[in-house]
Design a protein around this ligand. Structure first.
Ligand SMILES: C[S@@+](CC[C@H](N)C(=O)[O-])C[C@H]1O[C@@H](n2cnc3c(N)ncnc32)[C@H](O)[C@@H]1O
Length: 235
């Protein structure tokens, strides 16, 4: 973790990029542990080890690392940032590509994973719909969507109240990194959090939600592609 002693937090907030704050929010090891716990909740131990799994918005690829550690062998990752994707060193096939316009083949995947990605998209609901429709397109019939995104829960409100406090940010570097991330993505993030009904409506248009939980500032959602979802690529 970077020392917080030399840079005042408010300067950091204005100068530090989203990717720098993301790098100090969690170590790769902490991130992999978090993803392993999530995949456990989603029932990954029961998924076939050769399932074709694509992680959309995969960033530096630690979700793929967690999936590899669980024994999955047919993995792909998609992210818009070549820099973040370049930090991934595992065996998954990676694509620098927009999740709203995937270069993956139609009906080529069994499971699509999205963690902390769609809330970055600028236009709601249009961009969300494009990426969810694309996820549905690349999934085979019966394919699963596994999604974890920020959600407006009491815990999240408490974290935001804490991260607005300069002293607490100085004392806890992770809280400071959280606030910098927030300042950098505020527009899309606040928009996302304020429209839960619309968000769930878009997911339900293409997927049947089988299991969901709203806790710890997150939506955890396991959904199955609707038979009626179109397999044609949107133009
Ligand atoms: C908060 S990070 C999440 C990364 C990773 N899933 C995780 O949980 O650590 C969001 C990621 O979405 C990527 N991203 C933003 N817009 C995108 C788009 N339109 N298509 C693909 N990736 C995008 C960013 O480059 C970034 O890596």
């Amino acid at each position: 973790m970077t020392s917080l002693t030399t840079i005042h937090t408010s300067e950091r907030c204005c100068n530090e990029t989203w990717e720098q704050a993301y790098a100090r929010f969690e170590t790769p090891e902490q991130e992999v542990d978090k993803f392993l716990r999530r995949f456990d909740w989603f029932g990954a131990k029961d998924w076939p080890k050769d399932a074709a799994i694509v992680e959309l918005f995969c960033g530096r690829g630690n979700g793929l690392v967690a999936l590899s550690q669980l024994g999955f062998t047919n993995l792909s990752g998609v992210d818009l940032s070549a820099d973040l994707l370049g930090q991934y060193t595992g065996d998954a096939q990676t694509y620098v590509c927009d999740a709203r316009d995937l270069s993956l083949e139609t009906a080529s995947q069994d499971i699509a994973v999205v963690q902390g990605g769609v809330h970055h998209l600028p236009e709601l609901p249009a961009d969300l719909e494009k990426s969810i429709e694309e996820a549905a397109r690349v999934l085979r019939p019966g394919g699963k969507l596994v999604m974890v995104e920020p959600w407006d829960t009491p815990f999240l409100r408490a974290v935001h109240a804490a991260s607005a406090n300069a002293l607490l940010r100085r004392l806890w570097g992770k809280l400071d990194a959280f606030q910098v991330l927030y300042e950098n993505e505020r527009q899309t993030y606040d928009n996302w959090l304020s429209r839960p009904v619309e968000v769930l409506g878009v997911i339900e248009k293409y997927f049947h939600i089988e299991r969901q939980r709203q806790a710890w500032g997150k939506l955890f959602c396991l959904a199955r592609r609707r038979e009626s979802a179109s397999l044609a690529k949107a133009t």
